[in-house]
Design a protein around this ligand. Structure first.
Ligand SMILES: [Zn+2]
Length: 314
């Protein structure tokens, strides 16, 4: 019969000998370098050492920091609560790694009071969210960063991010911009049309595609019934305004917005806004759309770095 205790002990002994022999070698020959002459190997500010961050700051003529902001809020029965923040994290890391920028995700929640009727939502007040953004920008401005991009993954944050962009310029003498687009590509037009026609703005075909394209392991598609029907209870006469082919679309689309109720649970019982099914989501299309957006921002940064810092920001 095998003496299992002896076997365990001898196994541990072998491990210990190997560890003691090789660990010092590992430490001595650790050649990890996160920034060489300003060229980054790691892009999250949380993963950089201080000297690596300083190396980047000193070598980059116009260092750019990308700040991502999303939300923690209900996303229908099938998408993760962190959907917007998870997606924005992936996007800003892609942009940073292709533009030698540093990316920051200062907080998970955003401004989502309209989703509080559903459990799991965490909302910051607008003052808290604005404070988090202003303090993040203010801190890095103090260390000499002059250029910031805000990438926003949640519609409810839009107005606050635009205000942050204006206020931070005034308070910290830095450039802050929220880039949008590209809007003109075939794919972008297709997705925008879907968004207008079916009010596909939250947990519908478009957003489910993004989730399936980026983190399919966090999506429970089985929770969407095969015979899914919109739970949306908006007045059918107002719903008829959602038709970009109408001649009076400019007018009626604004009437639609003017009549919209404040909270998600005012008009939907399953948390999905629109009229098209999450089951139609296409992860390949979503990935292609994200690639366009990422490349647009990379090119934006490349060209932005060619423009000298205007005197008011110096
Ligand atoms: Zn979302």
């Amino acid at each position: 019969m095998l003496d299992t205790k002896l076997l365990k002990n001898s196994g541990y002994l072998v491990f210990q000998v190997l560890w003691e022999v090789f660990y010092p070698t590992l430490v001595t020959f650790n050649t990890i370098s996160m920034s060489v002459d300003g060229k980054l190997e790691k892009f999250w500010i949380t993963e950089l050492t201080r000297p690596a961050f300083e190396d980047w700051l000193e070598h980059e003529e116009h260092p750019v920091v990308i700040i991502g902001i999303g939300s923690i809020e209900q996303h229908g029965p099938h998408l993760p609560l962190g959907m917007d923040s998870l997606a924005v994290k992936d996007i800003i890391h892609m942009v940073a790694s292709r533009s030698n920028s540093v990316c920051v995700h200062p907080c998970w929640p955003g401004y989502s009071p309209h989703h509080m009727g559903f459990r799991g939502t965490i909302t910051f007040s607008w003052e808290t969210l604005m404070g988090v953004m202003m303090d993040t920008i203010g801190s890095l401005a103090y260390h000499g960063v002059k250029r910031f991009i805000i990438v926003n993954g949640h519609g409810g944050n839009t107005q606050i991010m635009n205000l942050v962009s204006q206020q931070a310029k005034r308070e910290y003498d830095v450039m802050v911009f929220v880039p949008t687009g590209p809007a003109g590509t075939d794919l972008a037009k297709k997705k925008a049309d879907r968004s207008k026609r079916y009010w596909d703005v939250h947990s519908g075909t478009n957003e489910t595609g993004t989730a399936l394209g980026l983190f399919p392991e966090l999506v429970e598609m089985w929770r969407v019934p095969e015979d899914w029907e919109p739970s949306n209870s908006i007045n059918p006469d107002v719903k008829a305004f959602l038709n970009p082919d109408r001649e009076d679309y400019e007018m009626v689309s604004q009437l639609f917005r003017a009549s919209s109720q404040p909270d998600t649970d005012d008009f939907t019982s399953d948390g999905i806004y629109g009229m098209n099914s999450p089951l139609d989501a296409d992860p390949d299309e979503a990935r292609a759309g994200l690639e366009e957006r990422v490349e647009f921002m990379v090119e934006f940064i490349r060209r932005w770095k060619e423009i000298p810092t205007p005197p008011a920001f110096q």
